[in-house]
Design a binder for this molecule. Sequence first.
Ligand code: NAD
Length: 349
Amino acid sequence: MKIRVDLGARGYDVHVGHGTRAQLASIIRERASRAKCAVIVTSPKLRALPWFDLVTGLETDVVEVPDGERAKTPETFVGLVETLAQRGLSRDDLVVAVGGGAITDLAGFAAASYLRGIDVLHVATSVAGQVDAAIGGKTGVNLVAGKNLLGAFHQPIAVVCDLDVLETLPPRDFRAGLGEVVKCALLEGLGAEELRLMSFEAQVELAISLKARVVSGDEREGSTRALLNYGHTLAHAMERASILQGHDDLRHGEAVAIGLAFAARLARALGRLDDAGVEVHDEMLASVQLPSRVPAQYDTADLLEAMSHDKKAHHDLTFVLAGPQGFSVVRGVDATLVRDELEHFRGES
Ligand SMILES: NC(=O)c1ccc[n+]([C@@H]2O[C@H](COP(=O)([O-])OP(=O)(O)OC[C@H]3O[C@@H](n4cnc5c(N)ncnc54)[C@H](O)[C@@H]3O)[C@@H](O)[C@H]2O)c1
């Protein structure tokens, strides 16, 4: 199936299904007809997997970068664009990112910057990458001060989501990706039972369709795209604390899951959501076996500090919250209320 991200001349299809990687060469022929060379950016770990049988139809080099979040550093970014230059990639050529969200973020940013922007095609290989990271054109790397602080908007020419490659994904990473699926189900107003009854394919389609629709209407996050940050205020704070403390013990989707559970409680404390609404969040997260409590090593004061510095917070405490009229971005949430709710949330059994 093809799901369209409708951005006029910069629009593209997300090719979702079993075995879609076999279409790579024909998609490239159609979308990058002048390209002569492709550089596939991936990690050594992914390159060794059985599904790494990609055919681009072009002269192709494979460039390896560190695996996972370790790829998203300014140093790796500079190394990668130097490599693109050494390989003599021209404006008509193409970067093909093959990996999870970390690699598509890095390679997308390299493609956005090299020669002031060349084409990139994402072959998303993780659940989080397929339902979220590879779609929408946000690219970038991390700084010490926070995640994704150095980057650019750069839409891919196509996204390939082959569900078969997910078979090699470690169970924990598979589950973590479902954090974004739960987020989309909540934003779409689904109940826990409705989500449970959906096939995995239908869940992926739900999440991709929502992201494609929202990005089509608000590419640069001037309005509705911000709603996709549901659960992300606390999630980003935990990720920032992890970077500062030098550990990496939470997957992005796990952090989002915890952030969703907390956002529900905050909405309830503000009189925007009832107990049943909080329960829907908890049931959905439990049904996909995702954590919904802040791990002990995070300090409440550190998280509050990090939340007020979230790059999307505009210097006050900003959350996407459920409400009687649907979801909205709520700015200037009282810090004492957030601290008390966070403490209470942490104390829940
Ligand atoms: N650009 C965006 O809009 C956006 C949105 C959400 C998340 N992100 C970013 O995405 C990243 C998280 O993405 P992620 O969860 O995919 O993590 P990831 O890219 O770090 O991958 C997690 C692990 O899974 C492995 N992996 C990926 N595909 C595999 C497969 N098919 N088989 C076996 N192993 C596989 C990777 O090698 C890595 O070890 C974060 O950096 C986050 O900031 C970006």
